[in-house]
Design a protein around this ligand. Structure first.
Ligand SMILES: C[S@@+](CC[C@H](N)C(=O)[O-])C[C@H]1O[C@@H](n2cnc3c(N)ncnc32)[C@H](O)[C@@H]1O
Length: 213
């Protein structure tokens, strides 16, 4: 992932953002040491943003698509009330296993309900009554529109979907590859959707906040 924001600005933002707990720092280090795709982890700045959003929206039911090693799930779970619940979807068992080992060590881990398998199937298998206050989309970009359409009917009015990588290292300005085009298509899809309002932020790789009207 190519950084969009100058490193020094990122570092300044982080120094002026409330510090995260020890377990999150350990998980970040573990992921960097043991996982080839460690750059996928959202990191402390975006993690703090997600936690803040969960708190501000008063969310009790959260859905995440794209667990990886569990960093973003732990950030959001920490911001949930004691009886809050976060369902997180991951397709790769080895990643879900690492995530679970960290959830087990967190005082907020009991709020997290991991689901293994293709997220689109997990969503289809949810009970008809399942609804969410806050959703974080951070998995395969080719399916972003599908995830969005599957999730929006389950989002309460006023609920928020946060979507990661909407700037895709800046490639949205000159899309060449299939994934570049998928991100552009998703951004256009949201912009034209009268059911929602959206603000795109330049945090890390771009984060869209989409509020259901
Ligand atoms: C960018 S990473 C998520 C990072 C995570 N949110 C964090 O901050 O630590 C995307 C994850 O989505 C998973 N993924 C990709 N396609 C998927 C699918 N169809 N269903 C469920 N998970 C999928 C990948 O295996 C990967 O672990």
């Amino acid at each position: 992932m190519k950084a969009i924001i100058p490193r020094k600005i990122e570092e300044y933002c982080l120094r002026h953002t409330t510090a995260r707990d020890k377990l999150l720092r350990e998980l970040e280090k573990y992921t960097q040491r043991h996982c080839a795709d460690a750059q996928m982890l959202i990191g402390p700045h975006e993690g703090a943003l997600l936690a803040m959003l969960v708190r501000l929206t008063g969310a009790r039911r959260v859905l995440e698509i794209g667990t990886f090693t569990g960093y973003s799930a732990l950030c959001m779970a920490e911001a949930l009330p004691e009886d809050g619940e976060l369902i997180t979807c991951e397709i790769k068992p080895e990643r879900a296993e690492i995530a679970q080992s960290f959830f087990d060590r967190s005082p907020h881990g009991h709020k997290i309900k991991p689901r293994l398998g293709p997220a689109i199937e997990t969503l289809a298998d949810l009970p008809a009554s399942a609804s969410f206050d806050f959703v974080f989309l951070d998995a395969d970009k080719e399916n972003y529109v599908n995830y969005y359409e599957a999730v929006l009917p389950r989002l309460r009015p006023g609920g928020v979907i946060a979507v990661d990588n909407v700037l895709w290292s800046g490639r949205v300005l000159a899309p060449k590859k299939k994934t570049d085009r998928a991100v552009v298509k998703f951004n256009q899809h949201v912009r034209r959707d009268p059911r929602v309002e959206c603000v795109m932020l330049t945090v890390r790789d771009g984060v869209s906040l989409i509020r259901k009207r």
